[in-house]
Design a protein around this ligand. Structure first.
Ligand SMILES: [Zn+2]
Ligand SMILES: [Zn+2]
Length: 314
């Protein structure tokens, strides 16, 4: 099951690392200061997901690529409109005369709309953007599919949902057959919807469809990260569409209820509002994140208390 770790301390900006179990593969959500993020973790990041480029979410991007260049890897960066130009500007602001063109490759995916994702490539030492293609989905690899919502924070703020792929398991207790390589053949037939495939078990041939009852489909874990967003119905409709019944969601809760006037001015959320939308989404677990830097540990506790009270209401 996917695991998220908050890598920033209280009063630091926000950065969340998502780990894929047993793979050594990580995804990074936003590049705020992150004292708890190690060099080894940064070097295992295969994709970076930027919600928006306010400085508290993007200032440590330099600190991230500092440890990636030289790896020779291809790393994906997803982000809102114009992200490709902002990344280009950051990379071009250094001198790269000692770095070869194979030191790294970034593939940037600019989210223009729900259906339009522009893909660009950028490489050292000149870091000139190359347009590759336009595609209709954001991100998929062997472990996850990533869905998203484009929220309003007076600028686009992308909320991401990481969906682990469904898995198929063999239900030993319902089977009278001896285990063998036929189990993996059966799983493959099941995944490919190939009901007529012939499966041989102990010298007898069966039709795959007649054995499918020995398999079980387990829904993949769904983990969401919702960063800065205004409290408004339009955002909530989008959040409900994408995050409904997710297993775990981290959600921006910048202000205490008593400071909700600031939330309104700054297109942010506050404790009860974030708790309420998570309740309406019927997510299994939710965690408030990204508090105003003015707040102390006791303000944080106040936010959490108000958040969970609303989140857990029937
Ligand atoms: Zn912001
Ligand atoms: Zn922020």
């Amino acid at each position: 099951m996917l695991q998220a770790e908050i890598k920033s301390l209280l009063r630091e900006d926000i950065s969340i690392l998502i780990k894929v179990p047993n793979s050594g593969k990580h995804y990074l959500c936003d590049c705020g200061e992150a004292s708890l993020l190690t060099v080894k973790e940064i070097q295992s990041v295969s994709a970076i997901f930027i919600s928006h480029t306010h400085i508290d979410h993007f200032s440590n991007f330099d600190g991230i690529f500092r440890h990636q260049i030289g790896s020779g890897e291809k790393i994906v960066i997803c982000g809102p409109k114009n992200i490709h130009h902002q990344i280009e500007a950051r990379l071009k602001s250094y001198t790269w005369n000692l770095v070869g063109e194979n030191a790294i490759e970034y593939e940037i995916r600019e989210i223009v709309s729900k259906e339009e994702i522009n893909v660009y490539k950028i490489r050292p030492p000149h870091w000139n953007l190359e347009w590759v293609k336009t595609q209709h989905f954001l991100f998929e690899d062997e472990y996850v599919n990533v869905d998203f919502a484009i929220l309003d924070h007076k600028t686009d703020s992308i909320a991401y949902l990481f969906k682990e792929k469904d898995s198929v398991t063999f239900n030993e207790n319902t089977s009278e057959f001896k285990k063998g390589k036929w189990i993996s053949e059966l799983k493959t037939a099941f995944e490919n919807n190939n009901s007529d495939k012939e499966i041989e078990i102990e010298q007898t041939v069966y039709k795959a469809a007649d054995l499918f009852h020995l398999l079980e489909r387990n829904a993949g874990y769904k983990l969401g990260v919702i960063m800065d967003h205004a409290v408004c119905e339009n955002n909530y409709e989008k959040i409900k569409t994408v995050f409904k019944e997710a297993d775990m969601v981290y959600i921006e809760t910048f202000y205490k209820d008593e400071d909700q006037e600031f939330a309104k001015q700054n297109y942010h959320s506050f404790a009860t509002a974030s708790g309420k939308i998570m309740n309406e989404c019927e997510v299994k677990e939710a965690i408030p994140i990204h508090f105003s830097r003015r707040y102390t540990e006791s303000d944080k506790l106040e936010i959490e208390t108000a958040f969970y009270k609303t989140f857990r209401e029937n």
